[in-house]
Structure formats: structure tokens, C-alpha cells
Write a protein that binds this ligand. Structure first.
Ligand SMILES: O=C1O[C@H](COP(=O)(O)O)[C@@H](O)[C@H](O)[C@H]1O
Length: 232
């Protein structure tokens, strides 16, 4: 499935355009099906987009927000994607949205993945919106190069749900939606910023080894057309 590139002059322009598009997709989902769902990424890139989206005037009480991936850390950790979403998205007009986390305070990360799969099953499929990010190593979601469960996580025949992931470049152990859960989102976007990330994207496009750069799975095999949002 070919990807479409949307380029902007700066991060503010990107955040505004992506927030408008996502708000329109969520509103249309509510109009057609009564509810809407969005899975978002963590990291440093989405803050401005989250802040902008939280000001958009849609019926947030009908929207469920979850994460594409999460570190196995509690929600009060500065490393938590949950905390990022709490501080920058679930506020202003978006304060009434429902949030379903991936981290749970249970005995093991495997138990957390089972619970996250159960809890998020209520969202329904496919996601209306999934916003992916990308690391400088070519990871997306928690599909990390040489990740211990990477092959299974990016196999489209692996069922929808949340899996665990460990990798040298990942820091903490991770929880991640499988590729099959994300790939057919009605609106599937990759949000990246900076010349460095554009170079990483070009490198990914030039090769095919998904273990080296898991973003290639999304670029080459996503069920939905990938919308790439980039600003310098
Ligand atoms: O580890 C993560 O990193 C990626 C990219 O983050 P960024 O800081 O380079 O924007 C992110 O997409 C993912 O959700 C997060 O867990």
C-alpha cells in the first residue's frame, strides 16, 4: 500500500493540520457509528499535536483514547506514555474522553498484556484513527529492531491485541499493540518531525529488512494507506 507524504513548514502547522484531520475522522465516526476510537503514540514528538487536538470541538465523551504502545512503568513515571497523554491530550475539550491504558499494576508484564488485550477489546475494530511515531532506529509502536517478539508482533496473521516486547534499544520492557491491530485503522498516520527522521524514513524506504527497521512493515504492508505527516 503506497504512502502519502504531507509536508509542513513547521511543527505548529503540522499539529494544526493533523488535529483538524483527526477531529474530522473522529466526528465522522461518531456520526456513522455513535462512538470513535483513537490509538496514539508516545515519545517527544506528539506533545504539540496533543495540545492542539485537545482544543478541537468534537463530542469527546463518545471518544475512546488508547496507546499504540507503552513502557512497563506506572502512570506517574516521567517515562510513561500514559502520563504524556494525561498531561497533554486528556484536557480542555478532550477531558471527557475515555482513556484505556496498556500498563496495569499486575504481577508480570505478560499479565499486563493479557489485561490490556481484554480491556481494549471493548473498543471495537478497526481503530478509527491510529497515529504512529518513529524512532531514529526505525522502530514504530514498540516494534524494535531485533525485538524478542518482533516477528510475531509484525506478522499480520497474529491476532489483534497487546504483546510484550524487549529489545536492546527499548530501555524498559514494552507493551505494544500488534501490527494487525493498527494496520487497518480507518485513518493510519505516521507523525515524524526533523531532518533526521526524514533521513531515517528514506533509509527505510531504500531497504527491505524489517528486523533491521520495523517501520518497513508499516511502509510496505499496512492494510490502510499510510499518511505521513512531516515538518522540519
Ligand atoms: O519509544 C517510543 O518512541 C517512539 C518515537 O518517539 P520520539 O520521541 O522519537 O517521538 C514513539 O512513537 C513510541 O510510541 C514510543 O513508545
Amino acid at each position: 500500500m503506497s504512502a502519502q507524504l504531507h509536508q509542513f513548514d513547521d511543527a505548529a502547522g503540522l499539529a494544526s493540520a493533523l488535529a483538524d484531520k483527526v477531529a474530522a475522522e473522529l466526528s465522522s465516526a461518531i456520526e456513522q457509528r455513535g462512538t470513535a476510537s483513537i490509538a496514539v503514540s508516545g515519545g517527544s514528538t506528539p506533545k504539540k499535536f496533543f495540545e492542539t487536538l485537545s482544543t478541537r470541538d468534537i463530542d469527546w465523551s463518545k471518544v475512546t483514547v488508547t496507546l499504540v504502545d507503552e513502557r512497563f512503568v506506572p502512570a506517574d513515571s516521567p517515562r510513561s506514555n500514559h502520563l504524556l497523554v494525561l498531561q497533554h491530550l486528556l484536557k480542555d475539550k478532550a477531558a471527557s474522553a475515555k482513556f484505556i491504558p496498556l500498563y496495569y499494576d499486575v504481577a508480570s508484564i505478560e499479565d499486563a498484556a493479557v489485561k490490556a488485550t481484554e480491556e481494549t477489546a471493548a473498543i471495537g475494530t478497526p481503530f478509527d484513527v491510529a497515529i504512529l511515531g518513529m524512532g531514529g532506529d526505525g522502530h514504530t509502536a514498540s516494534f524494535f529492531p531485533n525485538g524478542n517478539h518482533l516477528a510475531k508482533a509484525i506478522d499480520l496473521s497474529t491476532p489483534r491485541g497487546v504483546m510484550t516486547m524487549q529489545a536492546e534499544g527499548a530501555g524498559e520492557e514494552r507493551l505494544t499493540f500488534t501490527f494487525s491491530s493498527l494496520s487497518d485503522a480507518r485513518f493510519l498516520a505516521l507523525h515524524i518531525e526533523g531532518d533526521g527522521k526524514k533521513d531515517v524514513l528514506e533509509k527505510a524506504k531504500a531497504g527491505s529488512d524489517e528486523n533491521e527497521m520495523p517501520i518497513r512493515a508499516v511502509l510496505n504492508r499496512a492494510v490502510s494507506p499510510l499518511q505521513i505527516y512531516w515538518a522540519p
